[in-house]
Design a protein around this ligand. Structure first.
Ligand code: SF4
Length: 374
């Protein structure tokens, strides 16, 4: 079992808070698709024993691809790799790309899950975020997607926005619930270096929310979605009736994944690699038949800490079998686990360690306490 991630490094415009890898110059999209196909061809030999259960187009903004470009990429994966008949193919998309025409084409090409970047239903917020769409575009995108027959929709929202009150966040949540998607992802705004947001904050032009406001909004998120029947299966991800993202769930459970595209990373069970986060350098390397990657061989400690950090964020917790594969923690470590259990922040079973709802509010801190440093 494994997954395939393809990074599409283009966006219509630069959102003010974003530090992902992308370009707003679309003039060489065809050349990039050629390079992505070359990388898929080069890596296929070492993945010949794997069968992909999921293909995930992330970015950037994959919905800026033309139908021909998307068809070419899906065709390249299907012709060079073993792909499950039940494969989940997710496309991240911006609301303003979700025309009925595009949606119909994506569906024909085999895309069966959409992750729509709504982010906010408030036009003022969308404006300073420099999103390329309006609140009405978000609503239209969901309506069009449903009418086209997409029944696996994930909607992204952001909280902790400047001047956002608990009441406003609650109203945003009620709006997303009213759209009745199968899946909701909600992320807290973070101020990343080298973004317009970071500059505005430094210049005092924008004030971001306090830690207390963020925690309050996170708790509101969890309780409101729970009441509406959404299960929090990962800190930032909520699903109705077990409509989990298969791709991300596999990633959180330590399954191997192939990463294609500039800035993409992959994991084959032992080694992790990162592709160069530079479009021109990425394309040049592939034209010469080289993989623009850096390989990192994970130490047992790295694997332990990563498994712990990622696993604790999920409702399944971390599997002890997987966690203790190479490292057996000492008594002191189990004492910390017991202390957290006494505080009702986690539950230890013979098979796993799982955070309680209260523990999930402190997930990163608890994971850090349990890290083992060589
Ligand atoms: S659309 Fe997504 S990837 Fe592109 S700039 Fe905005 S947040 Fe970043």
């Amino acid at each position: 079992m494994s997954g395939c991630y393809i990074h599409i490094p283009f966006c219509a415009q630069k959102c003010s808070y974003c530090d992902f890898h992308f370009s707003t110059n679309h003039s060489y999209q065809n050349e990039m698709v050629e390079a992505l196909c070359t990388e898929l061809k080069i890596r296929s030999e070492s993945w010949k024993d794997e069968e992909f259960q999921t293909i995930y187009f992330g970015g950037g903004t994959p919905s800026v691809l033309t139908s021909g470009q998307l068809q070419k990429l899906i065709g390249q994966v299907k012709s060079g790799y073993r792909v499950s008949n039940q494969v989940e193919i997710t496309l991240e998309c911006n609301p303003d790309d979700c025309s009925t025409e595009n949606l119909t084409t994506w569906k024909k090409l085999g895309v069966n899950r959409l992750s729509i970047g709504i982010q906010s239903f408030n036009d003022e917020q969308l404006k300073w975020m420099n999103r390329s769409h309006s609140a009405a575009d978000g609503l239209n995108a969901v309506r069009n997607a449903k009418q086209t027959g997409f029944d696996e929709l994930s909607l992204d929202l952001m909280y902790g926005l400047p001047n956002m009150t608990a009441e406003e966040w609650k109203s945003q949540l009620l709006q997303v619930i009213a759209l009745n998607p199968e899946h909701i992802s909600a992320y807290c705004l973070t101020v990343e270096q080298r973004t317009a947001l970071s500059k505005w904050v430094k210049e005092g032009k924008l004030t971001v929310s306090s830690n207390e406001q963020q925690s309050e909004q996170f708790e509101l998120l969890v309780s409101t979605l729970k009441e509406a029947g959404y299960e929090q299966y990962e800190i930032s991800n909520f699903a109705r009736n077990e409509h989990y993202s298969k791709h991300n769930t596999a990633y959180w459970q330590g399954v191997k994944y192939l990463g294609i595209g500039p800035s993409a990373h992959g994991y084959n069970g032992k080694e992790r690699y990162w592709n160069q986060a530079n479009n021109k350098a990425y394309m040049t390397a592939l034209k010469q038949g080289n993989l623009p990657e850096t390989i990192e061989i994970l130490s047992s400690f790295d694997r332990f800490n990563e498994t712990l950090m990622i696993g604790l964020r999920t409702k399944w917790g971390v599997s002890k079998l997987q966690l203790f594969e190479d490292i057996s923690p000492d008594k002191e470590w189990f004492k910390i686990v017991k202390d957290y259990e006494d505080q009702q922040l986690l539950i230890e079973t013979p098979e796993s360690i799982v955070l309680t709802e209260a523990g999930r509010l402190l997930a990163d801190g608890i994971a850090a306490e349990l890290f083992i440093i060589n």
